[in-house]
Design a protein around this ligand. Sequence first.
Ligand code: BMP
Length: 211
Amino acid sequence: MDNKIIFALDVYDYNIAMELAKKVGDKVFAIKVNWPAILENGIKIVRDLSKYSNIICDFKLADIDNTVSLITDKVREYGGYGIISHSFTGLNSLKAVVKSAGNMKVFSVVSMSQESYLDNITEELVQISKDAGVYGLVAPGNRPYYLKKVKELAGGLKIISPGVGAQGGNIVDAMILGSDYVIIGRSIYNSPDPGEALSNFARDINNKLNK
Ligand code: BMP
């Protein structure tokens, strides 16, 4: 079940990024790009990478409505499949992201894979996210208490979960607790054989699903 995995492509180098995308892009649900790849290469890399997979731009938007709209519009123009926003900025800002996203999927962060102030307000953040009309939530795959809590509150919203692999979370545990897609970066791109690393995660999921 490779397509339960979102590959976090946190590299700077254009050629390395393209090579990795070519190798694993069709075996994952999406590739997530974050500031490292964008700062080095510009937004154009989103269009180039989208030849190989759905591209989710993890910009963790946290600004006023006008600014988040400007950024979201750009991601849409360059063929993004999805965008990640914070939700602590409140309903108006998150609504602006959803509006500018059009057909793109919006995921909002409601709990992080490391302790943060968001732990005190997770419930409110899920509510803001629902009210804004996002497609999915980001909740940690390595912190069962918070993942379970978010799952209970999420209703029909998809849950995507970082924290698996390098940050200590286990892919099967995360899926049992409610992750729809698991985000994995270092454990794949730092592996001597990224394709094999990905297959190993996928095999773990398959074994679990076939039990
Ligand atoms: P890795 O598997 O290498 O730890 O990568 C996790 C990815 O998920 C990184 O891109 C990171 O920025 C992102 N992420 C996270 O680790 N924790 C969060 O709470 C939210 C994230 O987006």
